[in-house]
Design a protein around this ligand. Structure first.
Ligand SMILES: Cc1cc2nc3c(=O)[nH]c(=O)nc-3n(C[C@H](O)[C@H](O)[C@H](O)COP(=O)(O)OP(=O)(O)OC[C@H]3O[C@@H](n4cnc5c(N)ncnc54)[C@H](O)[C@@H]3O)c2cc1C
Length: 385
């Protein structure tokens, strides 16, 4: 990894350790997990033992108290080897932050330690069948009943729906016309009676997978609430700025891996009596994409650096989230073409293409990210949804 102002010597050393682990332990199962469609729980525990999950969490919750940039460099290395596997980092970091900030310590403490040690996985359940972009318009019913909340309805397109141990669930406690202000977030153990799940047949990211979560009179104690009642959306949603920078970074790491392979391949494969690298039609697209990947990566790191400094970073996170996955898809597409017909066979290149495509939707589309950027720049009242 080239040194840059965001990545000091300690972070470079951390990235080196993560890269060795990812190459030795994660990369070998990359293709196989796409077929079996299951996460490797033993691998998850190893990641936990090495401090690769939620490294930014304070020590009181079992974390290492490192910054978000540290989480970012680990994330990159795991994603390079298998984007699906890096969901373990993403979901742990995003949900770890939500639980530690908004949960009752007596309830979330034991779960956070299990997230950090790789013994538990936490899904995030926001999207509903009626739509994901207009997220504040959600309708999952949550009613207070004595010392509990009772949940009824469906969440859909949820990553790891059928593999997660707990989920952060957003539901409506207020009136539909209250919009974002009538939403409450809850920590829900996935073995609670009344929960069922299914699994979609996804294009990519198949090891983590997606599915629906169905709630039928699911009862969770009131102390499982995250943040204030009716404020779940406004408070908890802020955590998404973090995951957006991480997602951009992870997709670009996959693009970087594809570029490295393509640069090497074109020096070895010959056409018309010369290596492919002799043709500008082959090298210039790769050179242009290489430039953009370097630039986009720095933007993602800037988002994490701003977060570590406690400074606003919503615009940078939105930029990272729409640009990273889109650019990565275009880069891998070009790399695949550089490999000729061989790139089209089932294998790492086409799997990377399928994997990164998911992030052009998951966690919000490019249109929604651009609206967030526009609101940050022009002011919310001038940019309606
Ligand atoms: C791989 C993957 C993983 C996911 N993981 C999760 C998860 O873990 N948890 C979770 O809650 N959800 C998850 N999702 C769901 C994801 O967040 C939604 O798919 C996304 O927010 C878009 O919602 P939608 O699919 O309902 O599309 P819609 O909201 O129906 O939008 C359809 C199209 O219209 C566009 N559009 C909508 N409104 C506007 C507007 N105002 N201006 C311009 N264009 C607009 C959208 O950009 C999109 O292209 C995942 C999705 C994928 C593909």
């Amino acid at each position: 990894m080239n040194p840059n102002p965001y990545i000091d010597e300690d972070l470079q050393a951390l990235a080196g350790t993560a890269r060795r682990f990812a190459q030795e332990r994660v990369a070998p199962g990359f293709l196989e997990r796409d077929k079996t469609r299951t996460l490797d729980r033993a691998l998850m525990r190893e990641m936990g033992e090495l401090g690769f999950l939620c490294p930014e969490l304070p020590e009181q919750f079992g974390g290492l108290g490192l910054g978000c940039l540290a989480a970012g460099v680990i994330h990159e290395e795991i994603a390079r080897a298998d984007l699906s596997c890096s969901y373990l980092n993403l979901l742990s970091s995003l949900n770890g932050q939500i639980l530690s900030r908004y949960g009752d310590p007596a309830v979330v403490g034991p779960w956070l330690r299990r997230l950090v040690s790789g013994e538990a996985l936490c899904a995030i359940a926001l999207t509903e069948p009626r739509g994901g972009s207009d997220a504040a318009n959600l309708r999952l019913r949550v009613e207070r009943s004595g010392g509990s909340y009772v949940i009824n309805g469906e969440k859909t397109s949820i990553s790891a729906a059928d593999q997660a141990d707990i989920a952060v669930v957003f539901g409506r406690t207020g009136r539909p016309e209250d919009g974002a202000h009538g939403v409450t977030a809850l920590l829900v153990p996935m073995d609670t009676p009344g929960i069922t799940t299914n699994r979609f047949d996804c294009h990519g990211q198949r090891a983590i997978g997606r599915g629906s979560i169905f709630f039928e009179n699911v009862r969770v104690p009131a102390n499982h609430r995250l943040g204030d009642e009716n404020k779940g959306f406004v408070q908890v949603m802020q955590g998404f700025d973090y995951s957006r920078s991480l997602i951009g970074l992870s997709c670009l790491a996959v693009a970087r891996a594809a570029l490295e392979e393509a640069w090497q391949y074109i020096t070895q494969r010959e056409a018309f009596g010369q290596p492919l690298s002799a043709f500008q039609g082959v090298t210039h697209p790769l050179a242009a994409f290489d430039t953009e990947v370097e630039g986009a990566r720095l933007l993602c790191l800037q988002g994490l650096w701003l977060k570590d400094k406690g400074l606003p970073h919503s615009a940078e996170a939105g930029m990272a989230k729409w640009w990273g996955p889109k650019l990565a898809y275009d880069v891998i597409h070009q790399c695949l073409l550089s490999f000729g017909h061989g790139g089209y066979d089932r294998g790492p290149m086409e799997q990377r293409l399928r994997d990164v495509l998911g992030y052009q939707l998951g966690d919000g589309t490019a249109q929604i990210m651009k609206t967030i950027i526009a609101r940050t720049r022009a002011g919310r009242k001038f940019v309606p949804a």
